[in-house]
Write a protein that binds this ligand. Structure first.
Ligand code: 5AD
Ligand code: FES
Length: 346
């Protein structure tokens, strides 16, 4: 398919393209400058130059799943496992609050230790100590009643990337016991319960095609999430994908820009994975349309252990203050960090 510059204008106006047009745009680097200029305009129209910060607390790296791409998969017997207790998690929140965070993201593997009762107790404790903050959960696939219990305990947002919206591709990234169908069920349950929901996918994961990426865009049109997290796939030596290539920076930036034009209201992070494949990856993500950053609030002693992929940034002593580091980075990109709960503007 032959495309011209008009395709970017068309996407900006209609917030949509045909499948073939999307494939052509995804595969062409030619329009990137124009695409980024348009996506920045769309982002500024809704969010001005504001960038929201979310304090990420990686509270357990135990996981019962065995996803082929992930460094903390249960099959990785070399992983040193840890979990934070309630007091340690609250301590992270207190430090974060003092630094200006008004959203805490509790992310972890699917760790059976955290039963609904234990997890709800932690959520309620955060809710009562920080009534003016948003509590975001990212703990994987659960039963609807568990999601409801967390919500009732005070959680208000949930991140669950669909990873890939193509069922055959999904099977190539996950063991047989996991299904795209259940993942989708979770996302619609979360929305129905009343969470602000985030989904997303990895860019350049093994076997991914441009058509798969179009399927991801189509699924997001159906879900209409408030938050969309994407980042490059990055290989990890202790996984079956150890010999696979990393996802590309350029393609990830192009996908961020396309998402911004399709979903002008969305909260889109410049992810840690993006900052890992290029030193200025997150700054470039912001310029391509991202408007959220998620500095690490986990205790420094466990940061290296939450290793989803190799060479993850922000894991050393020097990174104890990601907040300050990111403030400078965001400013250098031409935006400003704001201290607010940072709800979606739809
Ligand atoms: N490279 C990049 N991203 C990864 N994730 C998991 N493993 C990797 C990897 N090897 C992403 C998944 C998951 C999120 C928490 O991290 O998309 O949803
Ligand atoms: Fe973590 Fe820069 S953001 S060290």
């Amino acid at each position: 398919m032959v495309i011209s510059e008009n395709i970017v204008k068309m996407l900006a106006q209609k917030r949509n393209l045909t499948d073939d047009e999307f494939v052509a745009l995804i595969e062409s680097a030619e329009y990137d400058d124009l695409l980024f200029a348009e996506s920045d305009r769309a982002r500024r129209a809704v969010y001005a130059d504001e960038v929201y910060i979310r304090g990420l607390i990686e509270f357990t790296n135990y996981c019962k799943n065995d996803c082929y791409y992930c460094g903390i998969r249960k099959g990785n017997k070399d992983a040193v496992r840890y979990r934070l207790d309630k007091q340690e998690i609250l301590e992270c929140c207190r430090e974060g609050y003092a630094l200006g965070f008004r959203t805490f993201v509790l992310q972890g593997g699917e760790d059976p230790y955290f039963t609904d009762a234990i997890f709800c107790d932690i959520i309620s404790a955060i809710r009562s100590e920080f009534p003016d903050c948003a509590i975001t959960l990212s703990v994987g696939e659960k039963q609807r009643k568990s999601y409801q219990a967390y919500f009732d305990a005070g959680a208000n947002r949930y991140l669950l990337r669909h990873e890939t919206a193509d069922a055959a591709h999904y099977c190539r990234l996950h063991p047989e016991c996991m299904s795209l169908e259940n993942r989708k069920r979770c996302l619609f349950d979360l929305k129905d319960i009343g969470y602000q929901v985030g989904s997303g996918f990895m860019v350049g994961s093994p076997y991914q095609t441009s058509r798969n990426l179009v399927a991801d865009l189509r699924f997001l049109q159906e879900l209409e999430p408030d938050m969309i997290g994407i980042g490059p796939y990055i290989t990890h030596a202790a996984t079956p994908f150890r010999n696979e290539k990393n996802g590309g920076l350029e393609l990830t930036l192009r996908m961020i820009a396309i998402l911004r034009l399709m979903f002008p209201y969305a909260l889109i992070p410049a992810t840690t994975a993006l900052g890992t494949i290029a030193p200025d990856g997150r700054e470039r993500g912001l310029k391509a349309g991202a408007n959220v950053v998620m500095p690490n609030l986990s205790p420094v002693r466990v940061r290296r252990l939450y290793e989803l992929y190799e060479n993850k940034i922000c894991t050393g002593e020097e990174a104890a203050q990601c907040r300050g580091c990111l403030e400078r980075r965001v400013e250098s990109a031409g935006y400003k960090i704001v201290t607010s709960v940072g709800n979606v503007r739809r």
